[in-house]
Design a protein around this ligand. Structure first.
Ligand SMILES: [Mn+2]
Length: 344
């Protein structure tokens, strides 16, 4: 077992989270009794995993914890439907005024655009690993060196001396594998693997979790991937690869918009690619006409800087934004940004 007094992040990342941030967060969790936990809209494996993991942690501390996600998020993408989220609230609990809000995996407060959560007078705790986190909380624990928010939740549990059981380990493990691309992205480090090892010791069924996440793929999703790959455009001397998935593509394949996840990994794997972009029509589900997902494949382009110019954000190698711009406008914008960062 890890020494609880050991640094909670790898030694070279100590500057990213001064121990006082962690101590203050631990004190907040100890000193309050009622919490409402939430994560970013369009929740991914880390958002859901850290939400569930923190919920379980607070329950084990004897706290009153409720989880909140907007009703529009359901049904979740197929790969996440096995997660035990039956207790999630879709509206404010009656005693909302008494609750401390814990934001998980939210780089900024607009990532959770629900008024009762963001606009109330409630105390706000912000636990996240996005390097561009706006530190919107009353107390912030932002650890850019952590592979995922679930890893930070694990570190909090260890600091608080709460033993991790299988019920808590599984969702945290989901956060770990999804945010690290199955331990392949550059955010993966030795600490990530140590956390994974301890979660497996605590009862995670590795093979079962992997199959639930990655091997229940509906045929409609593969048909959508096929169309997306067929429509690839390469720009900027092939350094920028773009695929545009239209409302018609979803209709023709029977795929839901939530089945788009993963397409971008095919684009970024193409030799010579520096930036991969998947543009997709949002239909009625989004606040804008389209969503643009960006990946930097070799790390020499900071895609979060590109996303921020459009009101979005993310990580240096994985970011996104929403827009009403059309395809030609977006290709021109992305080409200019890639050229600006890499030169001609
Ligand atoms: Mn994350």
């Amino acid at each position: 077992m890890t020494d609880f007094a050991a640094p909670l992040v790898p030694t070279d990342d100590l500057t990213a989270a001064a121990p006082t941030d962690l101590d203050r967060m631990v004190a907040e969790l100890r000193d309050h009794e009622r919490f409402l936990l939430t994560a970013h809209e369009g929740p991914d494996g880390d958002a859901l995993g850290s939400l569930l993991g923190m919920h379980r942690l607070l329950q084990k501390l004897g706290k009153d914890s409720v989880m909140f996600l907007a009703a529009k998020e359901f049904p979740l993408p197929i790969e996440y439907r096995f997660l035990p989220l039956e207790e999630v609230f879709h509206e404010a609990p009656a005693d909302m005024a008494d609750r401390v809000i814990v934001f998980l995996d939210c780089g900024n407060i607009d990532r959770m655009p629900v008024d009762f959560v963001t606009k109330g007078a409630n105390r706000k705790l912000n636990i996240d690993h996005h390097h561009d986190n706006t530190r919107f909380g009353d107390v912030d624990l932002v650890v850019p060196g952590a592979s995922c928010t679930a890893e930070i939740v694990y570190d909090i549990a260890h600091r608080m001396g709460v033993p991790i059981d299988a019920e808590m380990a599984m969702p945290l493990y989901v956060g770990l594998i999804t945010d690290t691309g199955k331990f392949m992205y550059e955010n993966t480090n030795a600490h990530t693997h140590r956390v994974a090892a301890e979660l497996i010791d605590a009862g995670v069924d590795v093979d079962d979790t992997y199959r639930r996440l990655y091997e229940h793929v509906p045929i409609e999703k593969l048909r959508l991937v096929a169309r997306a790959l067929d429509g690839i455009g390469r720009h900027c001397d092939d350094r920028l690869v773009v695929s545009y998935i239209t409302a018609e593509d979803y209709a023709a394949t029977g795929a839901g918009e939530e089945m788009t996840e993963g397409v971008i990994d095919h684009l970024r794997s193409i030799e010579g690619t520096k930036v991969a972009a998947v543009i997709r029509d949002l239909g009625n589900r989004g606040r804008a006409a389209r969503k643009v997902s960006l990946r930097s494949s070799e790390g020499d382009v900071d895609v979060s800087a590109i996303a921020r110019k459009q009101g979005g954000g993310g990580h240096k190698r994985a970011a996104g934004f929403s827009t009403d711009d059309d395809l030609p406008t977006l290709v021109a914008f992305l080409s200019a940004e890639v050229t600006a960062q890499l030169g001609d």
